[in-house]
Structures are given as C-alpha cells and as structure tokens.
Design a protein around this ligand. Sequence first.
Ligand SMILES: NC(=O)c1ccc[n+]([C@@H]2O[C@H](COP(=O)([O-])OP(=O)(O)OC[C@H]3O[C@@H](n4cnc5c(N)ncnc54)[C@H](OP(=O)(O)O)[C@@H]3O)[C@@H](O)[C@H]2O)c1
Length: 464
Amino acid sequence: MQGKPLPIHGDGSNVRSYLYCEDVAEAFEVVLHKGEVGHVYNIGTKKERRVIDVAKDICRIFSMDAEKSIKFVENRPFNDQRYFLDDQKLKNLGWSERTTWEEGLKKTMEWYINNPDWWGDVTGALLPHPRMLMMPGGIERHFDGSEEDKSASYVSSNTRMLVPPTKSIGSPRKPSLKFLIYGRTGWIGGLLGKICEKEGIAFEYGRGRLEDRSSLMADMQNVKPTHVFNAAGVTGRPNVDWCESHKTETIRTNVAGTLTLADVCREHGLLMMNFATGCIFEYDAAHPEGSGIGYKEEDKPNFTGSFYSKTKAMVEELLKEYDNVCTLRVRMPISSDLNNPRNFITKISRYSKVVNIPNSVTVLDELLPISIEMAKRNLRGIWNFTNPGVVSHNEILEMYKQYIDPGFKWVNFTLEEQAKVIVAPRSNNEMDASKLKNEFPELLSIKESLVKYVFELNKKNIAA
Ligand SMILES: NC(=O)c1ccc[n+]([C@@H]2O[C@H](COP(=O)([O-])OP(=O)(O)OC[C@H]3O[C@@H](n4cnc5c(N)ncnc54)[C@H](OP(=O)(O)O)[C@@H]3O)[C@@H](O)[C@H]2O)c1
C-alpha cells in the first residue's frame, strides 16, 4: 500500500496453512459448545500455501509488480519449513472451513484498508528480522540511577539486558540496589528479607500473585527494583504430597506463575534470581550413590516421580530460554533455626523413622547471602545451589546427637518401607557444586558448613 518492499525470509518456499479468521472464530465456538473438556483440538486447514505465493497474491490485489516489490532477505535461523495439523477431530464436531483463500485474502485486505485507525502503525511488520519492536513512546530504562524519561517507568523492549554491572564486589552498602522479593510469608523469602536488612540493602516484598501478570507489572512500577528474587512457589503442606492432589494449583503458581514473573522481569530488563530445586534428579547408573559423581548444571532432569518435581523440571527447561534468569537449584534446605518445621534437620529429627541416604543439601545461612552476591555479580543460567559433597540422614542425626541432644535416638527404615507412608517418591541425589565453588572458593563443604552455621551456633545458644 505504501510502496515499500515486501521482504521474505529465505526463498519463500516455506509452507503454511492459512485459515480465514472468521473460520477460526467459528472453530472456537464449535469447540466451546461441542468439544469435550480436557481434549485438544487442532484448528487448521489442509490447504497449504507457499509464502512466496501468498506474497504474489497480495501484490496482485494491490496491482503491484511482484518481481519488483518482493525482496528476499536472509532466512531466520530455524525457520520451520512446514507445520501441518490434522483438523479431522474438529471436523468430526461439525466444523468446516467455509471461506476460500481468494475470498479470505480479499476480505482481509479490505478490512485493513477500511480500518487504518484500529491497528495504528503496523509498518514494523515490513521490517525483516524485527529484533526490537518499540511501542510508540517506549523508552529504555537505565539502571545507573538516571532514566531518559522519568515519566515512563519501564520498557516494552526486551532484547537487551540492562542489569548494572557490579564494579566493586562485597562493599557493605550499595544504595543503588533495590530488591523486589516474592515470598514474604515463606521460609526462604523471609530469610532473604532479614539478610537484606542486615546488609543494608533496600528491598520490598512483592504484593502481586505470580500468575497475575498485571499485579506483577504494578509491583515493578511501584518498587522500581534493580533485581527480583523469586522465593515464591507452592511447596505443599504438610509436604510436597499435597501437590499430587492439587495439580492445577501447583501448575498455576509453579509453572504459569514462575514463567510469568520471568517474562515480566525480562520485559523490564531485570535479572530474576529464581529459587528452584535440585529435587529433579535421582541416583542412576551414571551417577551412583556414594560415587562422588554428581549431577552437573547441564544435565537433564531424570526424576519426575512427584508432581512437584515434574513441574519444577519442566519450568527449569523453559526458563533456559530466558537470559535474564538465574536458576538456583536448592536441595533439602537446612537453616540454623532448629525450631523451623521446614528445616530438613528439624524434619528428620521429628520423624518416627528415617531413611538413610547420602544427599546434597543447601545450608541457607551460608548460601542465601551468596545468592545476593550472585545478583550483584549479575550471574545467570543454572547453578547447583548446594554445599559441595553429600551428607546422609544418619550423619546429620549423629551431629544432632553430638551437639544438641546426647540422648537423641532414631530408627531407620528402608526406601520400600518409606514408600508406604508417603504418596509420591522423593528424589535422592548428589549435585556437583563445583561451578558454585569456582565462583565462591570460600564455600564450605557440607559437613563443615553444618558445623559452622548450624551446630556450633546452636550449641552456643544452648550453653548460653
Ligand atoms: N523448602 C524446601 O524444601 C525447598 C527445597 C528446594 C526448593 N525450594 C523452593 O524454594 C522456593 C521457596 O521455598 P520456601 O520453602 O520458602 O516455600 P514456602 O515457605 O512454602 O513459601 C512459599 C511462598 O510462596 C508464596 N506463594 C505461593 N504461591 C504464590 C503465588 N501464586 N503468588 C505469589 N506468592 C505465592 C507464599 O505466599 P502465600 O502464603 O501468600 O501463598 C509463600 O510466601 C519454592 O519455589 C520452593 O519450591 C524449597
């Protein structure tokens, strides 16, 4: 219409199934009224068309010379050659495609010509390889304390990360930092807030619910954080077995919610520190118990025995596509608060029977401050967030006996016996913490950390 060139990625031989929008709308209606709950229906057409033919047809309608107007540009990476959906199941409900290609294309063109105000400026669609579709009036936010335009608080552009680089590491107070933390009422979220207070870091807790995008957007605008910490998630009460009988609730927060927050952060150019889980692995032939061969960051999850773990593994996989996310694989967290029922030590010291298996665990008192340092260093990607090495249930309880209660006794049972008193199987594994250790050479091995951050401290408290 404007005489601009019509760019085509590649040679235009890619094939797509084009369906007129009113036929699609009718398909939705048919599915709504006749479809079966829980079923999936493909909406498509078997009449496929090459991109080049579509472009030629458009030129014809506008009386343009296709030879002159069409410009072939470099293909998109991984541009699919063809998608082909079988729509028979939908047809069985009584739906059929009613609009011919020629008629549909003509109607579409006429609609665009007659309704220029509806869409506004859509010339961006003529840009080959659009990387940054700036919304009208959009600005980029700067994190050096200045903003190009204070009236607009966030960007719609999401192609560049604008998290500030850390100039000096470990300085006690950085007034430019402002953390937004999700999980105010939770164990890890609560501890993070306390550490921020201690370290003099400005922070606010998020008010939004993870699955409610607009409430997260409001948080971003109100708080204007430099970093976001996600310690929100459903973990189940009294334990993860809850997730087995509350699958949609689990998906809502742990899948839809976590992904929504990551996406909102990306849209705002923010790094999200995500407290994830290492309970997505189990010992196998390549990583046998007691071998010292731990799962690495790049290993694919192999434990989906519980619904909780299954959703966490799926989300981890999807979050890999977000370059603004730092995934921290926490395992069987332990803290110095031995009264907290979530603490792994508190749990196993209260069980009537415990299994005895070596596992990698996370000593929160040592590792949560490290997560803050990781945010300052702008680290991303997946991290095994555990102390190096493994510790077994019996080794922990031996320490408990030695430091806390000399008269403490416990009874072991086997995994098979345990299976009778829990709903879903639990993950047992060793994680390879060398990536974290390389970044933080001061990181203590699990047994040293337990002594320093948990048992010595509680021993002193008891003696005091
Ligand atoms: N504790 C563990 O054993 C363990 C181990 C490995 C990984 N993790 C992971 O670390 C994260 C934090 O664990 P935690 O032990 O601190 O959990 P927690 O004590 O159960 O706290 C969860 C927090 O998430 C919030 N929350 C739940 N659903 C939410 C939603 N839809 N929107 C916003 N907030 C929501 C809760 O707030 P409300 O009370 O308002 O719902 C609560 O503040 C979780 O993702 C968990 O999977 C925990």
